[in-house]
Design a protein around this ligand. Structure first.
Ligand SMILES: Nc1ncnc2c1ncn2[C@@H]1O[C@H](COP(=O)(O)OP(=O)(O)OP(=O)(O)O)[C@@H](O)[C@H]1O
Ligand SMILES: [Mg+2]
Length: 723
């Protein structure tokens, strides 16, 4: 049976045999239901282990797989792969990453459920009814456990899953980590530690116009060029591609501009033609391109792209696809690209090894991260080996970097569970969903975590738990009675809404005040902007003080503004600045104006709007529960305005499909202000205002018979759902 499963999976994948790492996983019991922690290099084929186990289970009808990964991009990549390969075998594959306030009942029909760590946590909070059907839990990139902001969610979710379904098999996957054994002991798992790589990795250092490697020849580069360009020239001569990692978004842009100008000289005519096409496509993602879009388009014309969280999803996808098919010579990226998505290049240049940590100054990045970057190099099927390159300015520095990184061992993973904000959120979640019913069982739960395993005792957590419980009682989210912990109605709802209890309490206070004063849209925008979920706030420069102080003294706030000398005053100023950005958005400022005035790039704006939408939804739900009916209408309106970035007068128009802020404004300004205006105007006149396709789409929605031609374009940030 095992043999058949392996053969089937290999055949479906088009591979001839398992690689050594995969063989060793099978020997350790991968297909016998054993828990496994696998630590092996990037691109060593860990995903196939997941497929083998899940398909084994599917064939035996032995349960569902839940696959968790830290990035939506990664979940979506696996979804495409799994669906493409296994649908025809009858496996029903689902992806669930969105709505955190839903138990997504439709998922119960599926065999393989792929989710982000946060969505999985949220599903557990909603007590999904199919949890007992899970036979396999896959945790991809388990080293995420040590991430201070997101690790604890993964840790609690995994602990909870294990407690709920102790018989389910666990498969935890990671790149090279130091304390695999410890993780394995915690998860009662066998460990597979392998250094197998499909393509050899050569780790080198640039110094004095040379790239040096251990035990092989160095490259001599053009001494008249800066290191980055020198390396690029050499890469071009080899007809290969390169991926540069730098510390900040701004660096990605400036280096892409520099390297683009350099690369331009090497482009052939037909290449130029293709790149111009691509450049136009990237620029046209928004109807009115921002200067960031234009800058990116310029770089792409030269065969080089920058890649960071400020870009729109479609732009990132275009860049990734066109790098894979070879049109783009290089990508300059921030570290996020190093995690997950499969985008190998012959060369990876890791330029900035120090990062600024607030409160600590510039510090070397962890070895784990370096290995993750370096591991991106070498394309299986194309390259015999891949090269990672560090840049040193002196012999001393070269020695230091060699010792620290090339010869260095990745650090141990440490649990970050003792952080307050996450602890209080999870404590409420455990109580609210009825998973723990007494203080004792709460403490017992935390004894099962990796934190407890690693540190041997939970006294630090227990102390914090006491004050968290007190706080939750004070907020009226729980009741404590003779050692029992009972959630209140509002406590339950807050936990389901997936917001910090602190934020929920802040909303309750603000909404209470809103019932007494007459708030305006700004008041609500500030309410949601001044939350932990919205951090980091926008920074306030000297030139902003006047405007912000003015706002503080004239606008209506739903919370008491702190005094200048209060500790929270600085943060308050920043929260006002963030509010101004939202206000700008709903006053129909363009993405470019927002970029210039607030230094918020479209991709980041999109993320912030997404968060805002969630918080507005949550506040609406809380207002509903508290019986504050008279606030609901304004909250709803604010939410629609934020979603589309429009003034109030455009609300009826943006409710139509294919009508975003720009088209709605165009219609409105030509006198078509309401649905009935649109009904009255003849199709031919509407066509002249808005174009044939869109006019037809509008008329169809209004119940008229017209022929439809498909139109697909992202007009605004909000008109786009494909995160
Ligand atoms: N047995 C095999 N034979 C040939 N190719 C394989 C085999 N197993 C996996 N591959 C290929 O190797 C590539 C990398 O695999 P995968 O994405 O699973 O890497 P990974 O180990 O998960 O790396 P990362 O740590 O970056 O997530 C994929 O393109 C995959 O198709
Ligand atoms: Mg992987």
């Amino acid at each position: 049976m095992k043999k058949e499963i392996i053969e089937k999976v290999l055949k479906t994948s088009g591979f001839s045999s398992l690689n050594p790492m995969q063989k060793s996983a099978v020997e350790k019991g991968l297909l016998d239901g054993k828990n496994l922690v696998v630590a092996s290099p990037t691109a060593s084929g860990k995903t196939l282990l997941c497929e083998l186990t899940a398909f084994n289970l599917f064939s035996k009808k032995a349960g569902k797989m839940v696959y968790m990964a830290p990035l939506v991009a990664l979940v979506s990549e696996k979804y495409q792969t799994f669906k493409g390969k296994y649908s025809r075998e009858g496996v029903k594959v689902a992806m669930s990453v969105g709505d955190l306030d839903s138990s997504s009942p439709w998922l119960s029909d599926y065999d393989w459920i792929l989710t982000s760590n946060e969505k999985c946590d949220s599903l557990m909070r909603h007590n999904v009814n199919w949890v007992n059907e899970i036979g396999l839990i896959v945790v991809d990139e388990i080293h995420m456990l040590q991430d201070p902001s997101r690790g604890p969610t993964l840790e609690v979710t995994l602990t909870r899953l294990r407690e709920t379904i102790p018989h389910a098999q666990i498969l935890a996957l990671s790149a090279t980590i130091q304390n695999v054994k410890e993780l394995g002991e915690w998860l009662e798992a066998e460990t597979v530690i392998s250094d197998y790589r499909p393509v050899e990795l050569h780790e080198g250092i640039y110094i004095d116009s040379k790239i040096q490697f251990f035990g092989r020849d160095s490259y001599k580069l053009n001494p008249n060029l800066a290191p980055e360009s020198g390396i690029l020239e050499n890469t071009i001569k080899m007809k290969k591609q390169a991926l540069y990692f730098v510390a900040t978004r701004r660096y990605t842009e400036s280096l892409a501009e520099t390297l683009g100008k350099f690369n331009q000289n090497f482009l052939e005519r037909n290449e130029k033609k293709e790149l111009i096409k691509l450049s136009d496509e990237v620029k046209g993602v928004l109807e009115t391109p921002t200067r960031q879009c234009r800058k990116l388009a310029e770089c792409i014309k030269n065969g080089v792209a920058f890649h960071h969280a400020g870009l729109l999803y479609k732009q990132k996808k275009l860049i990734e696809d066109n790098f894979k098919n070879g049109f783009l010579r290089c990508i300059i990226a921030t570290p996020t690209l190093a995690y997950g998505v499969n985008l190998p290049a012959f060369r990876v240049i890791i330029r900035d090894l120090k990062r600024y940590y607030s409160g600590f100054g510039a510090k070397f990045i962890p070895v784990l991260e370096y290995k993750q970057f370096a591991g991106r190099c070498g394309r299986p099927d194309y390259d015999e080996w891949g090269e990672s390159i560090l840049i040193a300015k002196s012999e001393d520095e070269a020695q230091e970097l060699t010792d620290r990184y090339i010869l260095g061992e990745p650090e141990e993973i440490r649990s970050k569970l003792a952080f307050d904000p996450v602890l209080r959120m999870h404590t409420l979640a455990l109580i609210a969903s009825g998973f723990v019913k007494t203080e004792e069982s709460l403490m017992k739960f935390f004894e099962k975590t990796f934190f407890a395993y690693q540190y041997g005792d939970v006294s630090e957590i227990n102390q914090k738990l006491e004050s968290i419980l007190e706080m939750l009682v004070k907020f009226k989210f729980i009741i404590r009675e003779d050692g029992k912990v009972i959630p209140t109605r509002i406590g339950k709802r807050v936990s389901e809404l997936y917001i910090d209890p602190f934020t929920a309490h802040h909303f309750i206070e603000c909404l209470g005040r809103a019932m007494r004063v007459k708030p305006d849209t700004f008041s609500y925008l500030h309410m949601i902007a001044n939350t932990l979920e919205m951090k980091p706030f926008l920074s306030v420069a000297n030139k902003d003080f006047e405007e912000i102080n003015n706002i503080i003294s004239t606008k209506k706030f739903l919370q008491k503004a702190p005094q200048d000398w209060d500790l929270e005053f600085d943060e308050f100023l920043k929260s006002v600045k963030s509010t101004l950005m939202f206000q700008g958005w709903i006053d129909e400022q363009t993405e470019d104006q927002i970029l210039v005035k607030f230094r918020v790039a479209p991709g980041e704006l999109w993320t912030r709007l997404n968060n805002a939408d969630w918080l507005l939804y949550a506040s609406q739900e809380i207002a509903l529960l508290l019986g504050y009916k008279k606030l609901l209408n304004d909250l709803r309106k604010t939410r629609v305005r934020m979603k589309y970035g429009v003034k109030e007068e455009l609300i009826p128009l943006v409710r139509l499909e294919q009508i975003g802020r720009i088209r709605a404004r165009r219609l409105y300004n030509t006198g078509l202000k309401t649905i009935s205006d649109l009904k009255k105007i003849p199709l031919s006149s509407l066509e002249r205002i808005i174009g044939t396709k869109v006019a037809a789409i509008i008329k169809k929605q209004l119940g008229e018979k017209v022929e439809l031609i498909k139109e697909e374009k992202q007009r605004t940030l909000s008109g786009f759902k494909g995160k």
